[in-house]
Design a protein around this ligand. Structure first.
Ligand code: SAM
Length: 504
């Protein structure tokens, strides 16, 4: 209540800062009109000290906006200089511009991030709270135009060199002229395609990537045709099943008519095309900034496993691209990639052109909700798995390892690990929090913090000894590790306490 009355008080104060025409029946609208019309009428608008925090006149130096603008200039200059000094092609929207930023020294990467954060903040300040909220509610239209242009493969229909008229393009698609033009022109507001002159379409750097990068296309398909409809149904899922833990009561289930029938992975697994898109989407994400696999190999030392020619089981390992990477780093480790049958079947064969690598990687269909069939491995690895499950399921996945574990076996989880709100840099915070909502939409699942992971292992069984969390610098993901030490606990007691979980 106190908050409401404070808000009301502030609103009142704001209202009293305007000298409105006496007796005006439309004072609010008049006030807005005055604000829109600017200087001629501004004599009527008086900013009182109650609108200023510190009762002083605003100065250039104290203005948040100026400070942001100055930061943008100075940090952009550092990035620009780096590009010039190193003879690099500067960022642009041109079709032949590089699709990614180069790998840059830490200080220049930091400058780039500062510019990204400061421009976003300045943009939001300039747009203002009411307009921001108003148009935030339309953010999904970006998803829609991306969905449609990708689904109708418009990027591959526009020539990579040169241009095409709208009518020529229309002859190549099933879209009618109005819909074709409106989808393209919306996408252009995001620098996807450009209109060189009225009715003449050409690529930008972003649309060219959509034509050339198959994994990026799969990422767009998986998200715009899977996550997007699922997220629109979360409201219905939460109204019907507020506890939000079941794998068959999710937004995805509501969107694809599988409520109480099957989890998302089963639906996708039944359809080889969808399974392939999902695997490629995961691979695309893994190539994205802050998710690159070198962070994993640098942050997670497996020298000991390599020295004894040990085995790593990649549980839910998709097409095994993590294992290909690790097999290049460690020349002696053997890898078993486990996943659902359809994912295993759609994996490239051979998994790598280099026979020395591919011969150390084997594939096995395995459902991680059943007992682990590979006994005595050195490492059981879960990348992007635990965040797919609410606690009862995640605990069950860990418990299913127990019969296979040898003393000293390492259980390594590679996932986001949430930090205290507001302590991430803003770009990472936005992405990680968005991933958390994606997990809710698809699987009633969640991202977790360190304490949550610790508790998962504690609930899974007393033999799991939590080792902690490490996060390589510059990486969005963390490495969460436990070791199996059954000799340190009474297994009878530990196993007895395992029967309390129910999976719905
Ligand atoms: C989010 S993807 C992560 C893939 C891979 N670990 C990576 O890092 O990209 C989740 C994977 O779990 C697999 N999966 C889902 N349910 C499974 C189950 N019950 N048993 C085994 N794998 C499963 C999916 O097919 C998918 O490949």
């Amino acid at each position: 209540m106190a908050t409401t009355s404070n808000t009301e008080q502030k609103r009142q104060t704001a209202r009293h800062t305007l000298e409105l025409p006496a007796g005006s029946p439309e004072s609010k609208h008049y006030k807005q009109k005055l604000q829109r019309e600017g200087s001629n009428h501004n004599n009527n608008i008086r900013v009182t000290s109650s609108q200023r925090k510190d009762n002083t006149l605003p100065t250039m130096a104290s203005s948040k906006m100026i400070a942001l603008a100055q930061k943008i200039t100075s940090e952009t200059e550092k990035v620009e200089t780096y590009f010039k000094v190193n003879g690099l092609v500067p960022p642009s929207f041109d079709a032949d511009a590089p699709g990614d930023f180069p790998i840059m020294p830490d200080d220049i990467s930091r400058s780039r991030r500062e510019v990204i954060h400061a421009t976003q903040e300045l943009h939001d300040l300039m747009v203002g709270p009411r307009e921001s909220v108003r148009w935030m509610a339309w953010d999904f239209m970006n998803t829609q135009s991306l969905q449609l242009l990708n689904h109708f493969e418009l990027a591959t229909l526009v020539p990579l060199d040169g241009s095409i008229t709208l009518s020529e393009l229309q002859a190549k698609t099933s879209l009618d002229p109005i819909n074709l033009a409106r989808v393209l022109r919306h996408a252009m507001t995001n620098h996807v395609f450009q209109e060189l002159k009225p009715g003449v379409i050409a690529h930008t750097a972003a649309s060219r990537l959509l034509a050339e990068d198959q994994e990026l296309q799969s990422w767009v398909i998986f998200n715009t045709e899977g996550v997007y409809p699922a997220s629109a149904q979360v409201i219905n899922a939460l109204k019907a099943y507020p506890e939000a833990t079941s794998l068959t009561h999710t937004g995805f289930n509501f969107a694809f008519n599988t409520v109480n029938l099957e989890p998302m992975f089963v639906t996708i697994g039944k359809d080889p095309k969808r399974a392939k898109h999902m695997a490629q989407a995961m691979s695309s994400l893994t190539g994205g900034e802050g998710y690159e696999l070198w962070f994993l190999s640098e942050g997670c030392d497996m020298t000991d496993v390599n020295a004894r020619g040990g085995t790593m089981v990649d549980v839910g390992g998709s097409h095994g691209f993590v294992d290909v990477h690790l097999a290049k780093v460690y020349n002696n480790i053997k890898f078993v990639v486990q996943d659902l049958p359809s994912t295993i079947e759609s994996a490239p064969k051979p998994i790598c052109a280099d026979a020395k690598i591919s011969k150390r990687i084997s594939f096995q269909a395995h459902d991680f909700f059943k007992e682990q069939p590979v006994h005595g491995a050195d490492v059981y690895f879960f990348r992007w798995i635990m965040h797919n499950y609410s606690t009862p399921y995640a605990v069950q996945i860990l418990r299913n390892l127990i019969p296979a574990l040898k003393p000293g076996a390492r259980i390594i989880i590679n996932d986001h690990c949430l930090r205290e709100p507001g302590t991430e840099n803003p770009w990472d915070e936005r992405l990680i929090r968005s991933m958390d909502l994606v997990m809710l939409s698809l699987l009633n699942a969640q991202e977790r913090g360190e304490e949550d992971f610790k508790q998962l292992f504690e609930m899974a069984g007393d033999g799991f000894v939590f080792k902690g969390v490490t996060r390589p610098k510059g990486c969005r993901m963390s490495i969460i590790e436990a070791v199996w030490k059954p000799d340190e606990v009474d297994q009878t007691v530990a196993t007895e306490s395992l029967s309390e979980l129910t999976l719905t």
